[in-house]
Design a protein around this ligand. Structure first.
Ligand code: F6R
Length: 236
């Protein structure tokens, strides 16, 4: 594991984008596992800057996002599909047909989970998985539980997660109670994992996840077992 501690969020974003750009240069048709949330926004801004400056070509890149809220359509501003279009896809030369986010509106959510796993395996798995971490140690929407999950599945969101994500909604009531998320098994099968965390509120959980006991009560702790994990933490 490589632990990179930086002072500012800007530095975190630059370091993370450099790692992603290196991956795309080495393998132009890389499969990137992407995350939403506040943490990767600066990284996405750096990727857009690299594209604008002619330093990056996303034309062959394929992406699979970690998760989506159940019950939100891609037109909903709070949906993760909308987030990805707004913060990244609309600004680079990626083919939207090569971008994947679980469908939160699927009539049969279990079928949607199987479809999403098939999308990931037919892409040949994930080359580089970008992750944020929840204050409860969740990765994707894999919440603390009694066992580590394998493939894509439906989760009931932890109240701490709903509370924390309510900052993006008009009220806590509007935050969906269920979500589709790729499983821990899928995340662990990625070639490389890049975990980003910034700020005091994440310090304790990052320490627990990276140096503490490996337990499904702290889902991110399983990352200790990955052979190619980079953690970037900024104090800001
Ligand atoms: C988002 C996701 C979540 C977030 C985590 C941290 O796709 O999978 O695990 O990475 O909740 O969110 P922020 O970055 O908003 O603190």
């Amino acid at each position: 594991m490589e632990f990179i501690k930086v002072k500012t969020y800007a530095e975190l974003s630059k370091r993370a984008a450099d790692i992603i750009l290196g991956q795309i240069r080495r393998k132009p048709d890389s499969v990137l596992g992407l995350a939403t949330g506040s943490t990767p926004i600066g990284t996405y801004e750096e990727l857009i800057r690299a594209y604008d400056d002619g330093r990056a070509d996303f034309s062959k890149v394929r992406t699979v996002n970690l998760d989506e809220y159940c019950g939100l359509s891609e037109k909903d501003e709070q949906s993760y599909r909308c987030f990805m279009n707004t913060y990244l896809f609309d600004h680079i030369n990626i083919d939207k047909a090569n971008t994947n986010v679980p469908n939160g509106m699927a009539a049969d959510p279990e079928e949607e989970c199987r479809r999403y796993d098939a999308v990931i395996s037919s892409a040949g798995g994930i080359d580089l998985q970008l992750l944020g971490i929840g204050v409860n140690g969740h990765i994707g929407f894999n919440e603390p539980s009694d066992k580590f999950t394998e493939g894509t599945h439906i989760v009931t969101l932890d109240e701490r997660t709903r509370n924390s994500n309510s900052r993006f909604f008009k009220s806590l009531d509007e935050v969906p109670r269920k979500a589709v998320t790729v499983g821990i098994g899928t995340i662990m099968s990625s070639g490389k994992i890049l975990l980003l965390a910034n700020g005091e509120s994440k310090k304790a959980i990052v320490e627990k996840a990276i140096y503490g006991e490996i337990t499904p009560r702290v889902p991110a702790s399983i990352l200790q077992k990955h052979g190619d994990l980079t953690v970037i933490f900024s104090e800001e």
